[in-house]
Design a protein. Structure first.
Lengths: 249, 249
């Protein structure tokens, strides 16, 4: 596959089965959140999986890398608002020869019903903008701002669209900030996605979590599970065994 | 103070400033949950503090032991449905010479408005029955069953009464099972107690939490904090330093 790389872009090796991704450090590079989400989400054979706010497509590409040996017939859809990111994601899909399995479109998550049928996915994943934005209308936004702040997409829109797309008993996987957990849990329930699992990600065992992984079940019953904490570092600069295994280093 | 001890009862030293409590192992003995709740809840000078489902009064007695050197004018009220427990709690209050500071009554938490004025407490604590009970009406209940199962008191009643008793910006502290966290968070918000802090209690660092401490603020704004995990054991039979300090052993 010939590599189309624009100025300022780079190609990063995902350290798993030779998969690669095109990124532009000036725009947005994936972080620990996308990696943890891709590992937290579970897919089963024959399922259709949708990634909202996909950016450069890191989550479906990494999930394909992680899961396709066992679940070769899973199809991944992905949607992103920023045109340049969609274009990069499409080139990464080609680069990894995944055009039959991963389908990225340009679109607004709020209008998911324009692109996808209701209840047509068994899995929805999302690494949404984390930060509430109360700064009103601006004329210009940086790509990083759009990816990180709720400028064009609120949490409520993310969960409402996920609920629309999910089949009954379909699974929802999101990564977000612990600060917003109460809001997340109540919105999920409002949109009939029952919170079923939580896992907090702590930099060190004695520090507050910086991220939380959330699993939900469309139309599920009450009762949830909280997992053991996911600790990133044993000591400064040294990953825990679990994280080393995830990063394959 | 003369000790009134009935058959089957014992007097346990709380390992803090000589405080003691009367318990009956056949009925119910306090566990790690009451101890952790008493340490998690914060009181400030001049505040009024109410403990719901107080049982033998362990939470207010322990909070008095922990806090009264710094906050000698805090007054503790406590309410319990089971008459024998109330009677034991009252004797423990006398035993520790706390009759001016701790006031235990027999009553139904659901009918808190019969006993207390609205918005009259700055702090409400509760270690409620944890287990949902769907077993219908029974003719006889064991004291332990009543303390552990939601037979006479549902989670919704606990939170509704806490909200009634709490002053604006009053603080709510509860310990419960992580399995019910989604329900807890949504009920708290329904009754205008905003969840503001969570701390999960894990037996070991690599195990699921068995309990969760929850802090709320009556009429508070969004955004919450999740703390570092509270780990009970370093290895089998060996408490972590934090827990050793709490238990003063």
């Amino acid at each position: 596959m010939e590599l189309k790389i624009n100025e300022g872009e780079r190609v990063d090796d995902l350290q798993i089965r030779g998969y690669r991704i095109i990124q532009d450090p000036k725009r947005f590079c994936f972080g620990v959140d996308a990696v943890m989400l891709a590992h937290y989400a579970k897919v089963k054979p024959h399922e259709r999986c949708l990634d909202l706010c996909t950016g450069t497509g890191i989550v479906p590409i990494l999930m394909h890398a992680i899961n396709s040996e066992d679940t070769s017939d899973v199809k991944y859809d992905a949607i992103e608002l920023q045109e340049e990111s969609v274009e990069m994601a499409k080139r990464s899909v080609e680069l990894n020869d995944l055009t039959l399995d991963v389908h990225v479109i340009l679109g607004d998550v709020k209008e998911a019903a324009n692109y996808y049928d209701a209840a047509s996915f068994q899995v929805v994943t999302v690494n949404p903008p984390y930060i509430e934005d109360n700064k009103g209308i601006k004329t210009e936004y940086e790509p990083k701002m759009i990816a990180r702040h709720e400028i064009f997409l609120k949490l409520k829109d993310v969960i409402s669209s996920a609920s629309y797309c999910l089949a009954d008993k379909g699974r929802f996987y999101m990564i977000h900030k612990p600060q917003r957990l109460a809001e997340i849990i109540c919105l999920m329930r409002e949109y009939k996605i029952e919170p079923k699992s939580l896992r907090f990600i702590h930099p060190y065992v004695d520090k507050e979590p910086v991220l939380v992984l959330i699993g939900g079940l469309k139309g599920g019953g009450q009762q949830m599970r909280v997992d053991a904490p996911l600790i990133l570092y044993k000591e400064q600069g040294v990953y825990t065994d679990e994280v080393s295994k995830i990063y394959r280093i």
